[in-house]
Design a binder for this molecule. Structure first.
Ligand SMILES: O=C(O)C1=C[C@@H](OP(=O)(O)O)[C@@H](O)[C@H](O)C1
Ligand SMILES: C=C(OP(=O)(O)O)C(=O)O
Length: 421
C-alpha cells in the first residue's frame, strides 16, 4: 500500500492515543505468569502485541479475546508446556527479548526466532547473563543473535547485565524474576539505554504484586516471595504513537490535542513534548490529554533522547523544519531497531534535500529547503509514520509499503484520513 502525502495548512485537531505497546506486552506477560485470571482493558491490538499473545498461547496460556479486553488465565509461574517449543516473534524485539527469560519457566527447551531483520538484532548480553540465574543458551546461527535455544530452570540469584544496547535485556530478567526459586538481584554496571522502559517494567510488575527494591538504574532486587496475582488492568495511552499527532501541530502550525494519555506517565517518550516546548511550541496538559500549539516557527535544540528512543525520528522531522540546527544525542542503540534508524533517517532526509550529519551517538539536522520524494520505510513502522508527518509540511512525499505501521499502530492511516486521504 502506498500513501501520497500533500502539504496541509494550520490545523485544529483532536486525536485519541492508541494503547501503549510496551504496557500491553508487559500486562500480557504478567497476567500469564500470575495466579488466577487477569482482565486487560483497552489492550493494543497490533502485530507486535499479537505476537506476544500467540507465543504465550503456544506455551499453554489461555488468552480469551473480548471486545476491547483480553482475559488471561495465569500459570502461577510455571508453564505447562509438554514439548520443546519454537516461538517465531517476527520483528518484535520486545516480544523476543522479554520472552527469552520466560523460557526458564518452561519444562522444555524453547527456541526463539524471528524475521531476517530480527536475526540481525543483538541479544548477546542477555544470553551471557542467563547462566548466572539458571539458564543455558545456544545459538542456531550467528552467536549473539536469534535464533537461540533457551533451557534450564529460573534458579535466581545475583546477575550482572549490560543494558547499553537495549533495556529489554534487563526487563526480560526483571519480568520473570518474581517466579524464581530465590531472590534475583540485577546489577547494571553502566547506564542502560532507554532506561525509562525499566520504569514501565517496574510499574507493571508492582501493579501485579511483585516486590522490587531499586537503587536508581544500577541495581534491582526482586523478591521471589511476592508473586504476580491476576487482576483487572487498564492500558494507558502510547506516547510514542501520540508523537506523530503532536508533531503535526509543530510542522503545520495550529493546535493538536491527544486524549487518553496519562500526564504523569513513566513513558520516556513523554519527553518528546519537552523537546517541542524547547523548540518554541506551547504545551498544555489536561486530566488525561495533552495539547501542542505552534505558530509553525521552530528553533533548533540540543536534546538527549537516550530515554526516549521511539520519538527520535519524529523529532528529526520537526528539526528538519527548524530555523537553526538541532542535535539529538543518546541514540547509538537506534542502530539495532527495526532498521538502522540513525543512518536510515539521515539518508532519507538527505534524499529530500536535508542537511544532516551523524556520528555513532547523535544526529545533527540543519536548516535546508526540503522537496518531495518517495520514501521506502524498509518495513520500519516509525520511519513510515515520521516521514508521513513531514510530508504534511513539505508536500509531495510518497510512502511505499505503508502497511508496515501495523506493527505498532494499525489505526494510523485511518486516524490521518482527513489529512492524508
Ligand atoms: O521495553 C520496551 O517495551 C521497549 C524498549 C525500547 O527498546 P530498547 O530498550 O531496545 O531501546 C523501545 O525502543 C521499544 O519500542 C519498546
Ligand atoms: C523498537 C521498537 O519495538 P521493538 O524493539 O519491540 O521491535 C519500536 O516500537 O520502535
Amino acid at each position: 500500500m502506498n500513501k501520497s502525502v500533500q502539504r496541509h495548512g494550520k490545523v485544529d485537531l483532536t486525536f485519541a492515543a492508541p494503547p501503549s505497546k510496551s504496557f500491553t506486552h508487559r500486562a500480557l506477560i504478567a497476567g500469564a505468569l500470575a495466579s488466577g485470571k487477569t482482565t486487560i482493558f483497552r489492550p493494543l491490538d497490533a502485530e507486535d502485541t499479537r505476537l506476544t499473545a500467540t507465543a504465550l498461547r503456544r506455551l499453554g496460556i489461555a488468552i480469551e479475546e473480548q471486545p476491547n479486553r483480553l482475559i488471561v488465565t495465569g500459570c502461577n509461574g510455571a508453564f505447562k508446556d509438554k514439548n520443546p517449543t519454537t516461538l517465531d516473534l517476527d520483528n518484535s524485539g520486545t516480544s523476543l527479548r522479554l520472552l527469552t527469560t520466560l523460557a526458564l519457566l518452561c519444562n522444555n527447551p524453547v527456541i526463539l526466532t524471528g524475521s531476517a531483520r530480527m536475526q540481525e538484532r543483538p541479544i548477546g548480553p542477555l544470553a551471557e547473563a542467563l547462566p548466572a540465574i539458571g539458564g543455558t543458551v545456544g545459538f542456531r546461527n550467528q552467536p549473539g543473535y536469534p535464533p537461540l535455544e533457551v533451557s534450564g530452570k529460573l534458579r535466581g540469584g545475583p546477575v550482572t547485565i549490560d543494558g547499553s544496547v537495549s533495556s529489554q535485556f534487563i526487563s526480560s530478567i526483571l519480568m520473570a524474576a518474581p517466579c524464581a526459586e530465590q531472590e534475583v538481584v540485577v546489577t547494571i554496571p553502566s547506564p542502560p539505554a532507554s532506561a525509562s522502559y525499566l520504569d514501565i517494567t517496574l510499574s507493571v510488575m508492582e501493579a501485579f504484586g511483585a516486590k522490587v527494591t531499586r537503587d536508581r538504574y544500577e541495581q534491582f532486587a526482586v523478591s521471589n516471595h511476592h508473586h504476580y496475582t491476576g487482576r483487572r488492568y487498564a492500558i494507558e495511552g502510547d506516547y510514542s504513537s501520540a508523537s506523530y499527532f503532536f508533531a503535526i501541530a509543530a510542522l503545520c502550525g495550529g493546535k493538536v490535542t491527544v486524549t487518553k494519555l496519562a500526564p504523569d506517565s513513566v513513558q520516556g517518550d513523554r519527553r518528546f513534548l519537552d523537546a517541542l516546548a524547547a523548540m518554541g511550541c506551547r504545551v498544555m496538559y489536561g486530566k488525561d490529554e495533552a495539547t501542542v500549539e505552534s505558530t509553525g516557527e521552530l528553533s533548533g535544540i540540543t536534546f538527549d533522547m537516550s530515554a526516549s528512543p521511539d520519538t527520535v525520528q519524529t523529532l528529526c522531522m520537526v528539526a528538519a523544519r527548524a530555523t537553526t540546527p538541532t542535535t539529538i544525542t543518546g541514540i547509538s542503540h537506534l542502530k539495532f531497531k527495526e532498521s538502522d534508524r540513525i543512518n536510515g533517517t539521515a539518508e532519507r532526509l538527505r534524499a529530500l534535500g536535508g542537511d544532516v550529519s551523524v556520528d555513532d551517538d547523535s544526529i545533527t539536522i540543519r536548516p535546508a529547503p526540503l522537496h518531495g520524494g518517495t520514501i521506502d520505510p524498509a518495513n520500519d513502522h516509525r520511519t513510515a509514520m515520521s516521514f508521513a508527518i513531514l510530508g504534511l509540511a513539505v508536500g509531495g512525499i510518497e510512502i511505499t509499503g505503508a502497511e508496515c505501521v501495523n506493527k505498532s499502530f494499525p489505526g494510523f492511516w485511518d486516524a490521518m484520513q482527513d489529512l492524508i486521504p
